[in-house]
Design a protein around this ligand. Structure first.
Ligand SMILES: C[S@@+](CC[C@H](N)C(=O)[O-])C[C@H]1O[C@@H](n2cnc3c(N)ncnc32)[C@H](O)[C@@H]1O
Length: 585
């Protein structure tokens, strides 16, 4: 193709897209009273239905918050949506949260009828506050996790860890001393997050915190924030630009599960352009793309700055593997992202002025930008973390779901670039938890010897067979797993096949030691009360040591695995953000 036809293709791609078309088709893209009323009405229907459970409460909250997001600024619709959400919050016995929404509604409405209703609800709230304050909200920011001395290489990583490189795993994390189980090794505040499709109006768009009193963006209808601070932070970092494109991305992206990937890509790109300037990031990208693979992987400590584009653009992207898997299908998303950014924002203003006679330059610039967006999208695919939370115990006593991998408990995606240097293992020695304000914390759940690699679990573990887990990792992360468990064909079943007693060197001594540790009491206590504290964790660690001292390698692996699961659950129980939407009302 010659430069002229390239130029025509680029122009067509950038200009043929007519945003108004979507609205002509009746798709709601902006704040709109009718859409807000509609959402409120659906919420009201659910609210007045007979049976409420946790899921119903969650749906009503989401619908009222969505109605708030669609209501035009300072409109009666906005007042009504806040008013309805205040009714739900009072219904859930959250009088203090209800008062916040009542205040917002009173500040807007001109209707005497609504004011009277709101004032009467306010009196009910105050009455209830006299009896008790809001139920405990477990999404506190102040949960204290054990701290560590930061490494010089990466400040969010403990000094007992360094980033290393080899051909087999690429960059990975290695222990620089023996590490005990239970040590915190990484505490990173994610660079950006994006909520999962159906969670968009429940959780803060900027930090993923459950937004009981979510406040809307003043311009678009596609973001809810947990506080004015998050709203401002998002606006300054990326939302001023994102706000103009998000409706179109939302409409175009049929597969809502991919929406978060595209939006995280957009946020990384916008944030980088705002911080470092478009020309600068284009030069950086070109320099990195032209480096040989060794130079790309071995970095100096000065270059480990997680907020810098140079660092982000250097993460693993498996570009060639992705093309092999998906062909060019994925590029449609990036074309679209580029075209809405061009059409609806001034992010490319430096280049938009280029004289269209300089066709070659025009084509080069936009194909270079497209290349950057494609690579960022691939980086997001490989390096994102699913931000998980756990339900609260009393939401369903009989059937408490601790399945932390369940997608139901996933709020959205978190992009935490430093933590993504850690490799995967199906028998991991590190576990991760998610805390408010985009924080992800990793801690060891098995002993790690100096020089050993640290591994967390990207999804599958030895509870699945080797073929299944390898297929999952190849499909989602484009690698054939070379962890110890896969190399040795380990599964839980293969551990279970050995008769434990024949494995013990001195059975009676072992039984004596074991009984001293009252392991059964610990397990019973845990199952009944979920009461795990640091003392219990230490006791279980002792059990683990006795087991590994007395058992030969194979059997001790089984116990170590159970121990690591115990510790993982203990940490989740102690520290991870919990979703407590009451199931009773
Ligand atoms: C999130 S990145 C980890 C950091 C990456 N090694 C780097 O150099 O940037 C995931 C990639 O690391 C490599 N990797 C991680 N765990 C692995 C494993 N168990 N076996 C083989 N490769 C692995 C794969 O290339 C995978 O796509």
């Amino acid at each position: 193709m010659d430069a002229h036809s390239d130029f025509l293709t680029v122009r067509k791609q950038l200009f043929d897209f007519e945003v108004a078309e979507e609205e002509k088709k009746g798709n709601v893209l902006r704040k709109c009273s009718a859409a807000s009323t509609n959402l409120r009405t659906i919420g009201n229907k659910l609210y007045s239905s007979k049976d409420h459970d946790e899921r119903t409460h969650e749906n009503i909250l989401s619908l009222y918050s969505e109605s708030i997001a669609f209501a035009p600024v300072d409109s009666e619709d906005l007042a009504l949506a806040y008013s309805n959400r205040s009714a739900l919050l009072l219904h859930l016995h959250y009088p203090e949260k209800s008062l916040i929404d009542i205040g917002k509604a009173l500040g807007i409405t001109k209707s005497t009828y609504l004011r009277t209703k709101l004032l009467s609800r306010k009196a009910n709230c105050l009455e209830l506050i006299k009896k008790f304050t809001d139920r405990e909200d477990n999404s506190s920011d102040e949960l204290k996790i054990p701290t560590f001395t930061p490494s010089k290489q990466l400040p969010c990583v403990a000094e007992c860890i360094k980033v290393d490189y080899n051909e087999q795993f690429g960059r990975h994390m290695v222990a620089t001393r023996d590490i005990e189980p239970g040590e915190v090794i990484i505490a990173e505040t994610g660079h950006v997050v994006f909520p999962r499709g159906e969670q968009m109006y429940l959780n803060c768009s900027n930090c993923l915190r459950l937004a009981w009193n979510g406040i809307p963006c003043d311009f678009c209808a596609f973001a809810i924030f947990c506080s004015e601070t998050c709203k401002k932070e998002a606006w300054n970092a990326y939302h001023d630009i994102e706000c103009c494109i998000i409706p179109y991305i939302f409409l175009k992206q049929k597969d809502k599960s991919l929406m978060s990937h595209v939006m995280i890509t957009a946020r990384i790109f916008i944030t980088a352009v705002k911080r470092e300037g478009l020309e600068h990031i284009m030069h950086t990208a070109e320099a990195i793309d032209n480096q040989d693979i060794h130079a790309q992987n071995v970095r100096t400590s000065e270059e480990f700055n997680c907020t810098k584009f140079k660092f982000l653009y250097n993460l693993s992207s498996h570009d060639q593997d992705i093309i092999r898997h998906y062909g060019h299908v994925q590029y449609i998303e990036e074309d679209y992202l580029l075209s809405v950014l061009y059409k609806c924002t001034n992010i490319f203003s430096t280049f938009q002025k280029i004289d269209s006679d300089n066709k070659e330059l025009y084509v080069k610039i936009f194909s270079d930008i497209k290349k950057i967006i494609i690579k960022l999208r691939n980086i997001v695919s490989i390096n994102n973390f699913g931000y998980q939370i756990v339900g609260d115990k009393d939401s369903d006593d009989s059937d408490f779901d601790y399945d932390v991998l369940s997608t139901n408990s996933m709020k959205g995606l978190l992009f935490a670039p430093c933590s993504s240097f850690i490799s995967h293992s199906c028998y991991p020695n590190v576990s991760k938890i998610f805390m408010p304000k985009r924080k992800m914390v990793m801690m060891t759940v098995l002993p790690v010897k100096k020089g050993e690699q640290l591994y967390c679990c990207y999804g599958p573990s030895i509870t699945e067979n080797v073929q299944e887990r390898q297929a999952y990792l190849l499909k989602n992360y484009y690698f054939t797993c070379e962890c110890e468990a896969c190399n040795n064909n380990w599964t839980l079943e293969s551990f279970n096949t050995l008769p434990p007693i024949s494995e013990v060197d001195n059975f009676y001594k072992f039984v004596q030691d074991f009984n001293k540790l009252k392991f059964t009491r610990i397990c019973e206590d845990w199952m009944e009360n979920w009461s795990i504290d640091m003392e219990t964790i230490k006791e279980v660690a002792e059990v683990c040591k006795v087991l590994s001292k007395n058992f030969k390698k194979h059997s001790s692996l089984l116990y170590s695995f159970y121990y690591s699961i115990f510790l993982t659950n203990a940490f989740i129980h102690l520290y991870q953000e919990k979703r407590h939407i009451p199931y009773q009302c």
